[in-house]
Design a protein around this ligand. Structure first.
Ligand SMILES: [Zn+2]
Length: 252
């Protein structure tokens, strides 16, 4: 289904939101988050039943609005068919810990994953990194294993704390938002920020981040709600243009 700004802003039925979450998967693929059939986003069920999680065995670029299963917070499948991703506890535990979060993403974007394998702190060197100015991007280094148990999910959620994203050392990243728009931008901006900082570090040139206070102020200037809308719509137009050229997403 092509993007429609009117649909996005006026119809918040589950099917319509899942179309948007499906598009978020395809946008994230376009922006460097793809890794075969790994990576998944979830959407908190508005009726309190649990969360809608992308089903397994699909690449991010293949996801449509029909590719979600509804699971409760204990992982029981309530609706839908298909493989339940092993890392479902990552989504469940973050949502339990963060009641304001409606969308959780987990993926293995190349630059963020490489950056996450270092001990460096992500600094506000470029505008994309300023998305994370309030809380920084913590690093979860208790294990490099995938998050397959509620215990590991709780540990990851603890490290995430109030932040918008968390680096998962030698594995990938997770990112969150109060809606699909915020979560998608967090994922995209994290990858751009990590790429920029890796480029800076490998340049050998001297570099200094702006101060923390200035970066928090800057967040308010460059990321008001209308800017989040503009950027979300921009990425939807970019996806539409790419899929029109490629004739995708391909029906299966
Ligand atoms: Zn993973």
């Amino acid at each position: 289904m092509p993007h429609s700004d009117a649909l996005y802003s006026q119809d918040d039925s589950i099917a319509t939101v899942l179309e948007q979450v499906a598009r978020a998967h395809r946008i994230l693929e376009m922006e460097g988050h793809g890794d075969m059939s790994m990576g998944h986003l979830s959407y908190r069920d508005p009726h309190g039943r649990g969360l809608w999680l992308k089903r397994g065995n699909l690449g991010l670029e293949e996801v449509t609005g029909r590719d979600f299963i509804l699971i409760d917070f204990d992982g029981r499948v309530l609706e839908g068919q298909g493989l339940r991703h092993l890392e479902w506890p990552l989504h469940a535990e973050i949502m339990l810990a963060r009641p304001e979060v409606a969308v959780v993403g987990h993926s293995h974007p190349f630059y963020s994953t490489v950056f996450g394998a270092t001990g460096a702190e992500l600094g506000p060197y470029i505008n994309h990194a300023v998305w994370f100015a309030h809380h920084g991007v913590p690093r979860f280094a208790e294990t490099s294993h995938i998050i397959t148990t509620p215990q590991l999910g709780k540990a990851l959620a603890r490290t995430l704390g109030p932040a918008e994203a968390v680096l998962m050392a030698n594995h990938g990243v997770s990112f969150v938002g109060r809606d699909v728009r915020e979560a998608t931008l967090a994922g995209i901006f994290l990858e751009k920020a990590a790429r920029a900082q890796l480029a800076l570090a490998s340049s050998g040139l001297a570099h200094h981040p702006p101060g923390a206070e200035e970066s928090v102020e800057k967040y308010d200037v460059i990321y008001p709600d209308r800017a989040k809308n503009n950027f979300w719509m921009y990425f939807n137009r970019k996806l539409d243009a790419q899929e029109a050229r490629q004739g995708g997403p391909q029906p299966r």
